[in-house]
Write a protein that binds this ligand. Sequence first.
Ligand SMILES: Nc1ncnc2c1ncn2[C@@H]1O[C@H](COP(=O)(O)OP(=O)(O)OP(=O)(O)O)[C@@H](O)[C@H]1O
Ligand SMILES: [Mg+2]
Ligand SMILES: [Mg+2]
Length: 512
Amino acid sequence: MTQPPLTRGFEVVIGIETHTQLATRSKIFSGASTAFGAAPNCQASAVDLALPGTLPVMNRAAVECAIRFGLAIGAKVAPMSIFARKNYFYPDLPKGYQISQYETPVVQGGAIEFLVGGVPHRVNLTRAHLEEDAGKSIHGEALGAFLAGSDVASHGELTGVDLNRAGTPLLEIVSEPDMRSSVEAAEYAKALHALVVWLGICDGNMQEGSFRCDANVSVRRPGAPYGTRREIKNLNSFRFLQQAIDYEVQWQIDLIEDGGEVRQATVLFDPDRGETRAMRSKEDAHDYRYFPDPDLPPLVIGADWVARVQGELPELPAAMAARFEREYRLPAPDAAALTSSRASAAYFESALAALQAQPTSAAPDAQAAAKLVANWMMGELARRLNAAGSSIDAAPVGPVVLGALLARLRDRAISANGAKQAFDELWGAPPEGDAATAVDAIVAARGLAQMSDTGELERVVEGVVAANPKLVDEVRGGKEKAFNALVGQTMKATRGQADPAQVNQLLRKKIG
Ligand SMILES: Nc1ncnc2c1ncn2[C@@H]1O[C@H](COP(=O)(O)OP(=O)(O)OP(=O)(O)O)[C@@H](O)[C@H]1O
Ligand SMILES: [Mg+2]
Ligand SMILES: [Mg+2]
């Protein structure tokens, strides 16, 4: 075990609770739609509004998401779990309680594994439980926009309640207090996010609140028992998560060094000021008066259901990364990057297949081909996607086209620089029809072809050597600059169409 890093002599302890919105079509206990963006209160059924006499009915699809998750992280999927009422009063919670799971959650234990700077980390999970989301309170400008044109004039003093989100299925994923730095916390959250999207149980849209983290933070002197935690609520970006923890750690250490004592509290992060601010002193479990919900029977999950879901599970990111290392002989960081999403992994495999489908005169080198595709995906393609703020499934240059382009690079028909120019052109105007034909057309139209006829290049080199006796003498006297000048002249004579490596080689041979 490596020693955890210390901050001003303190060890940082972090546990994360993540509210993952499950990608089901309807709500967890009603048939109302979960689609995002509807006008307020258009997607709230009688159950979501908590009208008297209504009863919740469990959504099978939500349970199936929980099973998928449990199996993917090596947890125990409880054969029987219990729904409980978590009682609190808030305007956006019309029942006065949230249906959640307490003592017996559906997913128990398991772990998330990920790399931090290439070093493997493992964070154990306590549990993951199913629950319903609450509605939303709407204040200020957002409410004003909604009320514009109505006869409610002084909306400045009002708060609106939108119950569209009420009853949306959540899986709350609770980690053990296993993290020791804000960087580790952010990497954990990224790995968890990638996994739930990979499994297809969450759309992962953090702006719309589909994946929200609460960071529980405490500090302690090395070897001391855990300190008191403060909980930073509702962090919806990895950067905010990291910033909020960093600020909170400094705040707690300042307080302790000034002789104060951390008290349990719920705090909010203000991204504009980069600060955390107390929201309320934290409720304890007994404040919620948890008790089993008499409206819902125990949730029973049979072994056959678990076995079926297991059979339908896709190859998981860690297993796929290990396979990429083994099968394609890629370095571990490349394999991890390429398997950051299912779309990226699928792109890689089809680009590689397309590259290898192009005939070549040289002996095929599978490892070199895989590395070439990996380099281009992590370099040129990633750069382009970042600049466009786009995702890989929407890339204008698809895997088959990239494979065809890289085949020309492999065969030295174009230079790396020429390939980049062709890539730019393909990006601007995605080709239709056969990919190789489209690539060759661009290479021809832009004059990107490298001179492939060795005999012809040899004649050019001979000409350059004959015309520059002075430079040749200097090269023989050991002047590298003179050699570069000869390379430059040869490139010029071939209008840049020669392979520089080949020019180098021929010149050395001629000069001796
Ligand atoms: N001393 C501590 N320092 C940092 N994190 C802690 C500490 N003790 C517990 N935690 C973490 O706090 C989180 C507690 O989550 P849990 O859902 O069990 O309870 P809660 O926060 O009281 O409930 P709620 O769901 O109502 O917010 C866990 O992620 C746990 O690892
Ligand atoms: Mg919790
Ligand atoms: Mg909490």
